[in-house]
Design a protein around this ligand. Structure first.
Ligand SMILES: [Mn+2]
Length: 388
């Protein structure tokens, strides 16, 4: 998309302006980001999802058996009828993986890399309901889906910010409000990471949270070094063939540090491995158990497609691609595959298309590598056959 065209979702500023002035920096309130937005699901449907085994949900009850009581789903059917009239919240994670109309909302965020998006969480709150003042380590867009929610924003926080003593929730002990707004359906609030915020339902309200993900530095280092270690032999060690006589045998000398730094730099600087690891890591599914496919061979796949079968992306799968020298890497749900450069348009199609079928795959089905790639993706569960 053109980064210099005003975006309705961003209140008429361009993607370039948003990234420059707000992204990861400061909040932005956008009135009618999605004009006349009508929530594709209602409170009852959301509650229905929270009964399902594979769906991740939480209930937060402000005055429960203890203050800010948290219960984890799946919930029994009569759970909601026993709740108080006010001051509770139901949070359902990754609704985009279960409700296609919710996944479609993500099309509005194509000005950001898809691998940065985590999920669409939807919360229902009874009047007065809130999860308390808190901060997150991630960017979030809060789209009001139904009813009204009053948002307050506050100070920037970090791990030293004092929290209420509570086992499950990270509620700020000290909230210094700086600004506040009441959001109505279609209004949206962007918040950068670590900004304190507090949203209280004015009436029955549904709020969509489009959440982003960014690995912590600790995760990058531990996971990347774990990945690298698979490619190293036990013989590869600290070496000091250039050692000099030492004056004090107990002292660790500067030259030892230099050898270690060289060893680290040699491995950590391998861009191809870094890219491979990163693509795999960022496309790991949130629920790997939902990414499984059937046994299938190239000929069977071709046959099905020729008979009109349609392949769609598994909503629980994550896909991304990259280039390395003249080759391409496709990352699919935590795995990577090196492919010849001529498949570039196929990779883009696989990552972006709503549906794959004989008409848009056309020539690629005649390409052995293309066919085998599609077959692999079906077997792996990243692509699946659409129900007829
Ligand atoms: Mn939050």
């Amino acid at each position: 998309m053109n980064p210099d065209i005003p975006v309705q979702l961003l209140g008429g500023i361009t993607a370039r302006e948003f990234l420059r002035d707000y992204w990861q920096k400061k909040p932005l309130l956008i009135r009618q980001a999605i004009p006349d937005f009508e929530s594709p699901l209602d409170a009852d449907e959301l509650a229905g999802l929270a009964l399902e085994e594979e769906v991740e949900s939480r209930l937060i009850i402000e005055n429960g058996v203890r203050p800010w009581e948290m219960r984890r789903g799946p919930f029994p059917e009569d759970e909601f009828s026993k709740l108080p009239e006010t001051e509770w919240t139901l949070l359902v994670q990754a609704v985009d993986q279960f409700v296609p109309e919710v996944a479609e909302l993500l099309e509005n965020f194509r000005f950001l890399p898809s691998w940065r998006i985590d999920d669409v969480m939807i919360s229902y709150a009874a009047p007065g309901g809130s999860v308390g003042p808190h901060f997150d380590n991630y960017d979030v867009f809060l789209l009001q889906g139904h009813g009204k929610r009053h948002w307050k924003i506050g100070q920037m926080c970090d791990t030293d910010s004092p929290l209420l003593e509570h086992t499950d929730l990270r509620i700020l002990a000290d909230f210094q409000g700086t600004d506040e707004w009441t959001l109505e359906p279609g209004d949206m609030l962007y918040l950068p990471p670590r900004l304190a915020h507090w949203g209280v339902a004015v009436d029955d309200c549904l709020t969509y949270s489009v959440g982003f993900r960014a690995p912590s530095a600790a995760e990058v280092l531990t996971h990347f070094t774990d990945f690298l270690s698979q490619f190293m032999s036990d013989e590869e060690r600290y070496t000091d063939a250039d050692a000099q006589p030492v004056s004090d045998p107990h002292q660790i000398q500067r030259d030892a540090l230099d050898r270690l730094k060289a060893l680290l730099a040699e491995h950590m600087g391998d861009e191809r491995l870094l890219l491979t690891w990163f693509g795999q890591f960022m496309t790991e599914p949130r629920y790997p158990e939902l990414v499984v496919g059937p046994e299938l061979d190239d000929a069977e796949l071709l046959d099905s497609l020729e008979q009109g079968a349609i392949l769609i992306r598994n909503p629980s799968a994550r896909l991304a691609w990259s280039e390395v020298d003249d080759d391409l890497l496709l990352f699919a749900s935590g795995q990577s595959r090196l492919l010849p450069g001529r498949l570039r348009e196929l990779l883009k199609l696989v990552c972006a298309a709503d549906a794959l079928h004989i008409d848009n795959l056309g020539q690629w089905l005649a390409d052995e590598d293309g066919r085998s790639l599609l077959c692999e993706l079906v077997k792996q569960g990243s692509l699946g056959f659409a129900d007829e």
